[in-house]
Design a protein around this ligand. Structure first.
Ligand code: NAP
Length: 471
């Protein structure tokens, strides 16, 4: 294939990828954008294979490996995408980041071991190999540790929570640096030391990080996988890989920053603060509930019937209950009765950025009704009823009122300013942060206990009985 066609295919693939990433920033276009990015990746692979057609290296044996790899990876990806529930998406993203890191590592290893075959000679190639091995190894082991921790397969050993871990990590980083310099000076030796030291560094940096911070780390590792891919692009001379890797690196970094802001954490405290989060904060800001008011679904339905304006606050529990479709039926009844309905979306509600948007989009909730926190917060005082569905931390007023609370400083939804607040959850369990929620004891809050799907189903029945939404 002529160079012109190869560059034309690469250019189209890069443009599609750029449009794909841009489209992901809007809920309305996200689904199509994802498909566009997938087409870009497919095109990039096809373009690469076409450019090798007719060359002796692309023989029958090579084709066998390529097709076998495509089949194994494709089947694994398809099954994972079909089977994994949305609530486990951070684990899947971690696993896929790990695969990305490993791929870059393997490309760099192949180039380091067979530089002539891959035309990876010279100082630029050597420095790129070092970067790709270093970042790829960290990304691979760090992502696998992150996934195992989220799955509950791994916990942080006690010594890892002491300050000594910083010394171990610094020692590993120094060893990796020495191996990298050795590789660049002597054209290859020091490779395996670099691999081992970087891989251990990935484990050492990720293992002490607490559960609540893990999605931030996964986003950062996503960025690293982009950097590793870009470096691998320099190794094999692929402009496409360089551009795609740089885009992933930048996008991952921006997402990391958005998440840190939403959780009021600095990246430094996430990376070096140790195991903060769910388990360690369980005792702080806690305490027994003494003044809880609960009510029946029937009372909730009667209050909703009389409301003019209702705001829905979805949280992690709604996703666990898979109650989005029942919720949509409830809001359809309310809207048919002339009640104004909006959905308040907190940036870190659920377990990953955009979790609630995806969940509600599945149930065909109109995008215009999804309001971001800063947009909807001023509307709560003029709202009759707020329905908090499986959300907890994101509506905890302690974040604004109690300087001793671990949540203090995190931006939250000011639901307590509404006339009446109904909180639907199964019991009085804490949210992800592990702390008590002052909202539940306020005079205008009533708890409606039960699984979100069951409660919403019953609510729908009550609304029908009351004739709400019937023309
Ligand atoms: P949350 O604070 O984790 O609370 C979820 C609540 O849902 C729990 O209190 C639980 O109470 C309830 N629940 C669970 N299953 C339920 C069911 N089947 N039916 C009804 N309720 C159910 O959730 P959130 O308010 O969405 O806050 C998200 C948290 O995750 C924040 O602390 C955030 O910082 C953290 N986080 C988010 C991200 C992100 O990117 N989105 C990343 C990292 C961390 P019961 O057990 O009593 O029912």
């Amino acid at each position: 294939m002529s160079d012109f066609f190869k560059y034309a295919i690469d250019l189209v693939a890069v443009l599609l990828l750029a449009f794909g990433i841009k489209g992901l920033s809007k809920v309305r276009s996200a689904r199509g954008a994802n498909q566009l990015a997938a087409v870009a990746m497919g095109l990039a692979v096809i373009g690469l294979l076409l450019s090798y057609l007719g060359q002796p290296s692309l023989n029958a044996q090579a084709w066998t490996w390529i097709l076998a790899g495509t089949a194994v990876g494709g089947v694994f990806g398809a099954i994972t995408a079909q089977r994994v529930p949305m609530t486990s998406m951070p684990e899947v993203v971690a696993l896929f980041n790990g695969c990305g890191g490993m791929s870059s590592l393997l490309v760099a290893l192949a180039a380091a071991l067979y530089p002539a075959a891959l035309d990876a000679t010279g100082i630029v190639a050597l420095v790129s190999i070092v970067i790709s091995v270093f970042v790829g190894s960290i990304t691979f082991t760090g992502s696998i540790v992150a996934m195992a921790k989220l799955q509950g397969w791994l916990s942080t050993p006690s010594w890892m929570q002491s300050k000594a871990r910083h010394l171990v990590n610094i020692a590993l980083a120094v060893v990796a640096l020495i191996a990298a310099v050795e590789m660049i000076r002597n054209g290859g030796s020091g490779l395996w030391l670099l691999v081992v030291a970087s891989a251990l560094l990935g484990v050492g940096v990720t293992l002490p990080i607490g559960g609540a911070d893990m999605p931030v780390v996964i986003s950062l590792l996503n960025s690293y996988s982009g950097v590793a891919a870009a470096a691998a692009g320099f190794v094999v001379g692929s402009q496409l890989l360089i551009v795609a890797g740089a885009m992933v690196g930048a996008a991952g970094l921006i997402l990391t920053q958005v998440m840190c802001k939403g959780m009021n954490r600095s990246l430094v405290s996430v990376l070096f603060g140790g195991a903060l989060g769910a388990s360690s904060t369980a005792s702080s800001g806690g305490g027994e509930y003494t003044n809880i008011t609960s009510c029946s679904v029937e009372e909730c339905a009667l209050t909703l019937e009389a409301a003019e304006r209702v705001i829905i606050v979805p949280g992690y529990g709604l996703a666990v209950a898979q109650a989005q479709h029942t919720l949509r039926e409830v809001t359809r009844s309310l809207e048919a009765a002339g009640i104004e309905v909006a959905y308040a979306i907190h940036p870190v509600a659920g377990r990953m950025p955009g979790h609630m948007n995806v969940l509600l989009a599945e149930a065909d909730v109109p995008y215009e009704q999804l309001k971001e926190m800063d947009v909807i917060n001023p509307d709560f005082p003029a709202t009759d009823v707020v329905l908090v569905l499986g959300a907890n931390d994101v509506v905890n007023p302690q974040a604004k009122t109690d300087p001793n609370s671990p949540l203090y400083g995190m931006p939250v939804l000011d639901v307590q300013q509404a006339r009446t607040v109904f909180v639907v959850k199964r019991g009085m369990s804490a949210g992800y942060s592990g702390i008590k929620n002052d909202l539940f004891e306020l005079g205008n809050t009533s708890m409606v206990f039960g699984d979100a799907k069951k409660v919403l189903g019953d609510l729908l029945g009550e609304l029908k009985e009351l004739g709400v939404g019937k023309k």
